[in-house]
Design a protein around this ligand. Structure first.
Ligand code: 7PJ
Length: 355
């Protein structure tokens, strides 16, 4: 797929009553269908071009007769249908359940089926809309896991969650695990390789009807943090995700079943991660719901203290707020209750006195 001729990065966000007023006065456009509105966008020339970046008011974009601008705006501003049956009109929380002996933040704590089921139930009680069950650690430096081991870790947990109230997501790179998970009730295939690791994955999604999260990663977990380089990380990650969404569509996977994730920490330096966080709004131009996974990741320690994953929760809340402020719809987090509280207070603080 050709790289985009240009990109639009929405800026100048309005919330609550202010957003409604500006939308009805034609001074703003809805971000991914709203309720957030944006009043301007940075127009970024394509990677092959050499023009300058410039800020364009939303009302000039809306009045533009350029067909390419209209096409990007339609994707940026269009309402997203529910994802895996979940309405996207408020931030959704995906709680993390690691069923791995070596997961970096809660290593070994939840490696037994019963413990994992109980942890998932606690996350749902704390307000998780989705629980993400993973049996293969993909943290930097980790080794791949055999299919049989991964299956033995995660499938009993899914079986233990039958009738569960939160939607179940399976964090795997393997088509056979995703298929077995779908049979055991999973609704979402969360693939950090964006359906590239296993050649059978595109067909598995097409045939099972699973929703899918396509995440950007550069390289394999084992080596991905060995000096990753990009010319422009934001635009390269965008083009990669656009290409993966197109590949999924060609394989018969409807866009409505697809979400995208820039993959914080997957083949990225601190500067790369921060550039992505600051430009999340641009990714709405993919035309699909966005998921952000920043919880307890190492970049938080790089910004401000936080040597251990357990000490990075305040930074994790702040990263979720940075995403929510840019209209990101889903957050993959360890501390569901804490993130929920942070997002709820932020939301009240920016609504503008709606009663
Ligand atoms: C992510 C993930 C993420 C999505 C992991 C960790 C490493 N899936 N799985 N996004 N991270 N979609 O939790 O630190 O960022 S595993």
């Amino acid at each position: 797929m050709a790289d985009a001729p240009f990109y639009l990065r929405p800026l100048g966000f309005l919330y609550g009553d202010a957003a409604k007023g500006a939308l009805s006065d034609g001074l703003a456009l809805p971000l991914a269908g709203g309720p957030i509105a944006f009043t301007a966008a940075e127009l970024i020339p394509g990677r092959a071009g050499n023009g300058e970046r410039r800020l364009v008011p939303a009302k000039d974009l809306a009045g533009s007769r350029d067909a390419d601008i209209a096409a990007v705006l339609a994707r940026l501003a269009g309402l997203r249908p529910p994802f895996a049956g979940l309405a996207l009109d408020r931030p959704l929380l995906m709680g993390i359940v690691n069923v791995t002996p070596d997961s970096f933040s809660d290593g070994g704590l939840y490696d037994k089926t019963e413990g994992a089921v109980m942890h998932a139930a606690a996350l749902a009680k704390a307000g998780a809309d989705i629980v993400d069950i993973g049996g293969e650690s993909t943290r930097p430096g980790s080794d791949a896991v055999q299919e049989a081991d991964e299956r033995a870790r995660v499938i009993p947990v899914l079986e233990g969650l039958s009738g569960f109230r939160a939607a179940i997501s399976i964090d795997t790179r393997k088509a056979s695990i995703a298929r077995a998970a779908a049979k055991a009730g999973a609704k979402i295939f969360n693939d950090v390789s964006a359906l590239t690791y296993d050649p059978a994955s595109l067909a598995a999604v097409a045939e099972t009807g699973l929703a899918v999260v396509l995440m950007h990663a550069k390289g394999e977990p084992k080596t991905m943090q060995d000096d990753p380089r990009y010319d422009d990380v934001v635009l390269e990650v965008f083009d990669y995700l656009a290409a993966r969404i197109a590949a999924a569509e060609s394989a018969g996977i409807d866009r409505a079943r697809t979400a995208a994730d820039p993959g914080i920490g997957f083949g990225k330096t601190l500067a790369h991660n921060l550039a992505l966080l600051a430009s999340l709004s641009l990714f709405h131009g993919l035309g699909v719901p966005l998921l952000l996974g920043a919880s307890r990741k190492r970049f938080i320690g790089g910004v401000s203290g936080g040597e251990t994953p357990q000490s990075r929760d305040p930074g994790s809340y702040a990263a979720a707020i940075a995403g929510a402020a840019q209209g990101v719809q889903m957050f993959r987090v360890h501390d569901v209750a804490g993130t929920r509280q942070a997002l709820a207070v932020w939301h009240e603080g920016v609504r503008g006195g709606t009663v």
